[in-house]
Design a protein around this ligand. Sequence first.
Ligand code: G6P
Length: 367
Amino acid sequence: AMVGKGNYRHFMEKEIHEQPAVIGDTLKSYIDPATRTVTLPDLGVDLGRIPRVSIVACGTSLYAGQVARDWFEQVARLPAVAEIASEFRYREPVLDPGAMALFISQSGETIDTLAALRWAKTQNQRIVSVINARESAMERESDGVLHTLAGPEIGVASTKAFTTQLAVLACLVIGTGRARGTLSPAREAELTSALIEVPARAAEVLEMDAALRAMAEEVAEARDVLYLGRGTAWTIAMEGALKLKEISYIHAEGYPAGEMKHGPIALIDEQVPVVVIAPAGPLFEKTASNVQEVHARGGRVILMSDKAGCERLAPLCAHTLALPSVHPFVAPILYAIPAQLLAYHVAVLKGTDVDQPRNLAKSVTVE
Ligand code: G6P
């Protein structure tokens, strides 16, 4: 079927706004809201038995994998690494026979990811894939598949595929924790409840569009933009920077906030906006001290936090965006959305081809 833009200017804008619905659809296929438990299809692998997981992907899908890496270790206590698909084979990683290799792809056709999948098979890995498209090469060659229910994604820069990947991965992590006996029923209920709330909170974030448009005016003037965060918010910082590069052509870097003092701090002056992703949680205070360091060097901080975080740090910031409060586990899903909208509005201000940015392809089928 032909997909149209509806009342939106670009597919990317439409796809950003579809997120509450498609995240909800995706969660519904794995979570029973009555029992607050996760049910996974048969993946051809015993999740209670695998010694570790290697997560392999490219681009935005890799960032979904990087969030999942942290979740696997924190929630399921399963050793996990996230691997860049085009590097994975050539690095000659040491893989335990019977371990899980987890591939993440919107298209299911990205050649680097597919080649990594084929190589992982030769290393006796159990192959599980998280895919949005139907009937792809990766799907055919996997032992088990989890689908994201994002629907067709037309904009080259991935948005709804990413947040639905995170939704599926969160469910996979919870299912793995239960199978391993590392996640109690009470904790499973706590985490699934947090997930079930995401669509409603995401809809609230979309209503902050005007504030993000105002922030975009400042970012659109910049030559370089730094994005900072810690833990899963560091990964969202990298995803935000990638979105900005892809569609606005402004140079941007996502960096772990605590590592800033070992390099990027030298870049900071009044010309460089610093977008700080600082959800409430155990790492908030540490990130707050990095905001202080940026401010002390004349940097212009654009803060994304919750209400309490924004009130605390407002004196140190050029702009604050107070997002709804959510459980720290699901914060990366929610905080991805303002990062997408910021990049989108900057690109619109710059007049770039938002849905078809120069030099990029939706699905890269050459190595
Ligand atoms: C291209 C797209 C990105 C996407 C990446 C991986 O670079 O422009 O948006 O994240 O490929 O694609 P995949 O289909 O494997 O998720």
